[in-house]
Design a protein around this ligand. Sequence first.
Ligand code: LLP
Length: 425
Amino acid sequence: MTANTALPGQPQIAYAGDQLHVEGVALSQLAREQGTPLFVYSKAAMLSALAAYQRGFAGRQAHICYAMKANSSLAILQVFAEAGCGFDIVSGGELARVLAAGGDPAKVIFSGVGKTRHEMKQALQVGIGCFNVESEAELDVLSEVAVSMSKQAPVSLRVNPNVDPKTHPYISTGLKGNKFGIAHEEALRAYRHAASLPGLKVVGIDCHIGSQITDSTPYLDAMDRVLDLVAEVESAGIPIHHIDFGGGLGINYNGDTPPEADALWAQLLAKLDARGYGQRQLMIEPGRSLVGNAGVCLTEVLYLKPGEQKNFCIVDAAMNDLPRPAMYQAFHQIVPLQPRSGDGVVYDVVGPVCESGDWIGRDRQMLVQAGDVLAVLSAGAYCMSMASNYNTRGRAAEILVDGTKAHLIRQRESAFDTFALEQLV
Ligand code: LLP
């Protein structure tokens, strides 16, 4: 790695001299001050990812609702709220976070197949913008809850376009066999039903076909399917005010080449224009593409353990901090904060958790010694938000870098924090 080399997909995370930096902050200094594992995020990287969407939507009526499941730390929500974003939530807990971060409830959309009555009430009380409803049974319950509060719930139906997003099966959601959405063939009936219920007001249509999508074709196909439905539903006399295309745009983990957000939207808007829907209110729910490449996880090398078949590099971060490799065989680049010169050895990078599934990278050529600190890249999305306390490991601390300032946005959890809600009998 040479001086001032930016890493793929993340220009704000780069070597200056022989030191890896996030914006103007040297990561080795943060690791010394805060310990490891440590998540470090670049505010500029998040805003620049957002700017690509904003450029794509220039001159259109569009709302960007950050899918906060990707990273729901309050300070990160604050960054997006201050930049004008709304939020895509999937639980009452996420709604509480939006409010705590100063987000506008009117810009919140509530997705998910299993909303409880309690969560529906909570959302109606604060006046969220829209419920993305995923089944006819949910329509009935939501209407009942709204009527009991003398309110009308704004709803959009999440339709399942039956399009293959060509991604990992666990993160593909728009196919027939998935639990998500209302089947294309049943959508018109569900809309008629929604329009007949006293507690509901139909406002839109929604689809989300999966995550880490690196090709624009599935989006274009899904859009055709959704627009066919808009035409059908509107000719049945039910106006569709907004069209929500969900999230799903992928990032560069390992040489992946997803389209830029503005380029993808140039294609999608051309299709919308061609079919006469270009001036509709649009919504999107991006998560990973706004935060994924904006974060790294710092981890110290504890031990090198050479073996007959494998060499292990044992680090202090584990599957409880970085669950994606164990869950989806996901690839994250791993780089040293201060590269050494030489060829190195091939290692499996593993954590201290007592499971063979606790690996972070496999077959990585690295020149490292115990005590070195490594950065696991593209760790801004679906890492901290999926972290657990397995093996009674406190969750990592988090830092948000803004220029040369490093803000501690979450303290490291102590062992006591992990059992603070428990009691002996
Ligand atoms: N909207 C809905 C309804 C969703 O279910 C999701 C993600 C999003 C938006 C945001 O999708 P994104 O833009 O982030 O792709 N834990 C997995 C990813 C799970 C995605 C779940 N739904 C991973 O680490 O790859």
